[in-house]
Design a protein around this ligand. Structure first.
Ligand code: FRU
Length: 613
């Protein structure tokens, strides 16, 4: 250490003793270090935001925001230690004219205040009237919902009202990893183009705002007014309890019910999902009894007083992980008048290809509890909604028009969601899907999820249109649309005839590809993403996923949606679905179709560019 460094060290130590403002902080921000893990940020300037510098690999710092000396809220931010990955905005506009102090507790082990002062975050704090949300990500999808910035997981509280589809989501406004769970909000008139709405529900003294549902109280059972939008969500503090909120402005802002929580248990339970049971004139709520791996059913006349009525799931179906995010609804079996209930039970881990996935049961609900159908041998089979790795926390919209049961999932997997190669935001939702029921060749009833009709409207004029041909060993190649870099829909019908397999290869100029193989004898479609692009950010990412095709005539029709970093394959009107993320280093440009063994017949091959706004 030279003399100048020693002198600086001494003055820093003196500074520490009298807690003087740190001269290095930006204009309008005063930083006082109180100890090795405690620092005060005083905001003296007058701007819309303070931008907080984040280093993703760092631990969270706990920040208490004091307004005029009173605790307003607590947030957790991975404040930067040695390098700034990006900034997150903390909105100060609600505090105009008030004194704002941030009391920061960092969790890093440090021996003295001098070390704390060296963190780069302190000198990089800055006030600003704007926060740049323009897209900086090459993998951000073009026709899937994503948050403007920050981390997103489960879709929440979706309802449809007055022509608008509302979508809330688990959101971290202060970083691109899971934390500070808040209900973000987006709305859409076409399920494809999403408007970003103001934050809907924020954490409070009962905890963070975990997943839940919303519905319209058409009969004013709760007393918040006819057609009030009611949300039920999990307050996740030390315990998980269920909370009620209502909105009188169509879901833009919510008032938290003062009598919360409305349901308490002495064990982990979350993700309340409710609907109005018109026949029995009651609200029904399904709650995930997460660690017990079962779903609980409650009823209520007014959304406030709930009575436990039944439970389903102990020892049934996939049990390899916690049960989360339920949904319960009735559907007609395709082509019949038979009605059946479907219970969605998302599970993590324990999915068919590792990590998280959506399982479901088909059965009956008597207003109190659910009973699953058995197969021919008297067992309750495990059924999966999607045979890819990246569809989780699927739930449906309440009050959708025309008796539609429209579903959406989180297009990621808890195994690697926080490691995928994006920074500004993390995670998209799946495409919206329409749930139905069909009877498969094995005699059982399964749930289908077909692309929502709105997705047909975004097709541009096809670059390959209605091509029919026979194909054998040597591949027929087709160029994918060059517009919009790596986004398109591919539709085709495959008549495998006596071929062993039909193969689709989607590839780019960098030698990366996805292979889909229709194994005719096995009646399966596989999806191999091991060579699809960047795969090494997690050992769980490279994978081959396999779906049954639920047919016995060697024919499948496929609709394949490619959107920069995802491929969703819908087979036979959604009778089987595979959703997988991919991160090609350059956009996919080519489709190659071939068959093994004898030749196969391909009809109606069309490739559509997608209209994006
Ligand atoms: C599912 C889940 C839910 C919970 C939420 C928290 O992905 O674990 O059970 O409510 O995420 O963000």
């Amino acid at each position: 250490m030279n003399l100048i460094q020693m002198g600086l060290g001494a003055s820093l130590m003196l500074g520490a003793m009298i807690a003087a403002p740190d001269a290095a902080a930006s204009k309008g921000v005063e930083v006082e270090h109180l100890g090795s893990n405690n620092t005060l940020i005083r905001i003296t300037g007058d701007s819309k935001y303070i931008l907080l510098p984040v280093q993703e690999s760092n631990d969270d710092a706990g920040i208490s925001i004091l307004v005029d000396g009173k605790l307003d809220r607590n947030i957790n931010v991975r404040l930067a230690k040695s390098k700034v990955d990006y900034y997150v905005p903390f909105d100060l506009s609600g505090y105009k004219g008030h004194t704002v102090v941030m009391n920061v507790v960092t969790t890093q082990n440090r021996s003295n205040v001098r070390e704390a002062k060296e963190d780069v975050c302190w000198s990089d704090l800055r006030l600003s009237d704007s926060y740049d949300t323009s897209n900086r990500e090459k993998y951000r999808p073009a026709f899937h919902h994503t948050p403007l910035y920050g981390w997103m997981n489960d879709p929440n509280g979706m309802f449809y009202k007055d022509g608008v589809w509302h979508l809330y989501y688990q959101w971290n406004p202060y970083g691109s990893k899971w934390q500070n769970m808040t209900w973000g909000h987006s709305s859409s008139k076409d399920l494809v183009t999403w408007e970003h709405e103001p934050t809907a529900i924020e954490p409070n003294g009962l905890g963070a705002v975990f997943s839940g549902s919303a519905a319209i109280d058409t009969e004013n059972t709760a007393g918040f007014g006819k057609d009030a939008v009611i949300a039920l969500y999990t307050s996740a503090g030390v315990s998980q309890t269920q909370s009620l909120a209502h909105s009188a402005d169509n879901g833009v802002t919510f008032d938290i019910y003062p009598g919360n929580p409305v349901i308490t248990l002495d064990s982990e339970a979350r993700d309340p999902n409710m609907f109005w049971d018109a026949k029995n004139r009651q609200w029904v709520l399904t709650l995930a009894h997460a660690l017990d791996r079962e779903m609980l059913f409650f009823t209520s006349p007014d959304l406030k007083e709930w009575t436990l009525q039944g439970a389903f799931g102990k020892g049934i179906g996939a049990q390899g992980g916690v049960w989360e995010c339920p949904d319960l609804f009735k559907l007609k079996v395709n082509g019949t008048d038979e009605e059946k209930w479907v219970l969605l039970c998302n599970i993590n881990p324990g999915g068919p290809f590792g990590g998280s996935a959506t399982q479901y049961f088909v059965g009956d609900f008597d207003g109190k509890t659910f009973k699953a159908d058995t197969d021919a041998s008297g067992n309750i089979p495990t059924k999966w909604m999607d045979f890819g790795k990246d569809n989780y926390a699927t739930v449906s919209w309440s009050d959708a028009p025309d008796h539609r049961r429209t579903l959406i999932g989180w297009m990621s997997n808890w195994q690697y969601a926080a490691e995928v190669p994006t920074v500004q935001y993390r995670s998209a939702n799946t495409l919206p899907r329409e749930a139905g029921l069909f009877r498969a060749p094995d005699g059982q009833i399964y749930m289908s999820s077909a692309p929502s009709p709105e997705l047909t409207a975004i097709r541009h004029k096809a670059v390959v249109s209605g091509k029919s041909f026979s194909v054998g060993n040597s591949a027929r190649k087709f160029m994918l649309p060059a517009t919009n870099d790596g986004i398109c829909e591919i539709a085709l019908d495959i008549e495998a005839k006596k071929s062993e397999s039909v193969n689709l290869l989607i590839s780019n100029k960098s030698g990366e590809s996805v292979t889909m193989k229709y194994d005719v004898g096995a009646h399966t479609l596989s999806f191999d993403r091991r060579e699809s692009g960047i795969v090494d950010f997690s050992q769980d990412f490279p994978a081959v996923t396999v779906s049954p095709t639920f047919e016995d005539d060697n024919k499948i029709s496929l609709r394949i949606f490619v959107d920069k970093s995802s491929i969703e394959v819908f087979g036979n009107d959604g009778n089987f679905v595979m959703t997988n993320l991919v991160f090609p280093t350059t956009p996919y440009t080519t489709l190659a179709v071939s068959a093994k063994g004898r030749s196969a017949r391909i009809t109606n091959l069309s490739i559509f560019p997608i209209k994006v706004k």
